[in-house]
Design a protein around this ligand. Structure first.
Ligand code: MCA
Ligand code: AMP
Length: 503
């Protein structure tokens, strides 16, 4: 039996001396050299008794070796579980307890903080540092360049990615080999990726966008990738002349437009700019076209589903829309309470079916059930409308979610933490417009017994508990939260009240 994902993404490049990853210093790793690292890593994984289906947790900086770890996990039949490098040890503890991995990889700087949780769950803890060194690559160094690929079928799990939830508890979205491969295949064709492409890649590789959309599509096409550790405007300006395509969250585009060196001339040779993970403002779309002559191609997706819709490659890319359902994916706009399909033009919840839809939440069958209709459609929680030309517009969210610079923050998680702090009676966490991140997190708190609260102290205390990007960028103290007649906090009132916080 074959290994569905390895055979499609990686095996075809064995022996090829073509450039694959080009790092920030211009250092090139060929496809063949990359696959040799992968094989050695796969041996090192198996040496830790990782069996097919076992989880490998990775909280590591983006690097050639970090991507090779993902590939090695696939080749050895394990389930890859990447985690945001901004997560605190407390957050990691939850994921490790929930996922029960056999192997955890972290940066040397987090080794001591994670040692306890690894020991208590029986996981092996090894290091992989930003420069590609660490105990894991050392263990792989003497291994063979050939690894007998472990068989995995279309429905076997390749990865699971945690997404937070409206209850404040993160859920592991289980993605099969075919979920990932079907989407990469469709995107490669839809966006015309070939081996001539060079993708400018500055996204993190612990989320769908950077790991699956960017990397899998490039691997499938056989092109090269300028693999930058993170987004830095200077590095983007320096590398854009060498690229043919770029993918980013809207913040990438607004930051580029804020720089005078970003000109039409700089990107005249480029063939494609893709945006997603958060709404791209129509004005950004227009400003980009005016500056460069290129129309950004906006698409829409979710961790649970990979990519769902995309603006067309050849037809008109319409600002403020996320385009058409990708081939093989069926979407409908439904009445949120019943799931009944609504007529074209009505606003409702976006639901879909397709080979891209995940296998459920790890060890949460009940939760999984509530996210699907009886006829098998997955409920995204996004509110949308299909216009008379078939383009989908995302008009809002039925879920209480903030998207800041492409990262998702579920207010409930932050509210639970704030409510736990000394002197705080209750809190409401909202997203408000932010010039750089699109939306930013703001907390509104009520003190116990009307006492004054030192907000800076609260912010300092929660620093160790949750990732920096989830922490409120501002905290406001009020005497009471606005509520409707049912007693529910009126977040829309708060969003209106604090909408100019960052303008
Ligand atoms: C960094 N900070 C943030 C964010 N990123 N705060 C809120 N939201 C953020 N996204 C904090 C830092 O901790 C720092 O805090 C301060 O803001 C400024 O940091 P800075 O250095 O300017 O930020 P950066 O390192 O340049 O990062 C900004 C970024 C990055 C480049 C936009 O967040 C990023 O790469 N975002 C991409 C996320 C992504 O890949 N999403 C895809 C998810 P302080 O200075 O106070 O300590 S996949 C998905 O959504 C679906 C499936 C889809 O459709 O794709
Ligand atoms: P995640 O949980 O990180 O997978 O984020 C998925 C969510 O990001 C979706 O449910 C949408 O709310 C949002 N999203 C992704 N792409 C877009 C887009 N192009 N426009 C608006 N929202 C988007």
């Amino acid at each position: 039996m074959a290994n569905v994902l390895y055979d499609a993404l990686f095996a075809p490049h064995l022996g090829k001396q073509t450039p694959f990853l080009i790092d920030a210093n211009g250092q090139v790793t060929t496809h063949d050299a990359f696959l040799k690292i992968v094989a050695r890593f796969a041996h090192a994984i198996c040496a830790k008794d990782v069996q097919p289906g076992d989880r490998i947790v990775a909280q590591v900086a983006k690097s050639t070796e970090a991507l090779a770890l993902y590939a090695a996990s696939v080749q050895s039949g394990a389930v890859f579980l990447p985690l945001n490098t901004a997560y605190t040890a407390k957050e990691i503890a939850y994921f490790v307890e929930d996922a029960a991995p056999k192997l955890i990889l972290c940066d040397d700087s987090s080794y001591d903080a994670l040692r306890g949780i690894a020991a208590s769950t029986g996981a092996n803890l090894m290091t992989l540092d930003a420069d590609g060194n660490g105990s894991f690559p050392r263990a792989a160094a003497g291994q063979s360049d050939f690894f007998p690929t472990v068989a995995r079928s279309a429905d076997d799990l390749a990865a699971f990615l945690y997404t937070s939830g409206t209850t404040g508890r993160s859920k592991g979205a289980m993605l099969s080999h075919n979920n990932l491969l079907s989407n990469a295949t469709v995107l490669k064709d839809y966006w015309h990726f070939t081996s001539d492409d060079c993708l400018l890649h500055a996204l993190p590789i612990f989320h769908t966008h950077g790991l699956f959309v960017g990397s899998n599509v490039s691997l499938l096409a056989g092109g090269s990738v300028i693999f930058l550790p993170s987004f830095k405007t200077d590095d983007m300006i320096a590398n854009l002349p060498k690229a043919t395509a770029m993918m980013g969250v809207p913040t990438f585009y607004t930051r580029l437009l804020d720089d005078d060196r970003f000109t039409g001339e700089l990107v005249a040779h480029m063939r494609l700019f893709v945006s997603g993970s958060a709404p791209l403002l129509a004005e950004t779309h227009k400003e980009f076209e005016t500056r460069t002559g290129h129309r950004i191609l906006e698409r829409y997706g979710m961790t649970e589903t990979n990519m769902i819709t995309s603006n067309p490659y050849d037809g008109p890319r319409r600002a403020g829309t996320v385009g058409f359902p990708l081939p093989g994916i069926d979407i409908r706009i439904a009445e949120p309470d019943t799931g009944a399909k609504l007529p074209q033009g009505d606003i409702g919840v976006v639901e879909l079916k397709g080979p891209n839809v995940f296998q459920g939440y790890w060890q949460m069958p009940e939760k999984t059930k509530t996210e699907f209709r009886e006829d098998g459609y997955f409920i995204t929680g996004d509110m949308g409308m299909i216009d008379d030309q078939g383009y989908l517009q995302i008009v809002g969210r039925a879920k209480d979610l903030i998207i800041s610079g492409g990262y998702n923050i579920y207010p409930k998680e932050v509210e639970i933490l704030l409510d736990d702090q000394d002197g705080i009676k209750e809190s409401a966490v909202i997203g408000v417009p932010h010039p750089d991140f699109g939306e930013a997190v703001v907390g509104v708190i009520v003190a116990e017994n009307g006492k004054a609260i030192e907000t800076s102290k609260v912010l300092e205390t929660i620093r160790q508990d949750i990732a920096r990007f989830k922490q409120p960028k501002q905290l406001f103290e009020v005497s009471e939260l606005p509520r409707n007649t049912m007693g529910k906090v009126q977040k829309n009132v708060l969003r209106e009240q604090y909408k100019n916080t960052f303008s």
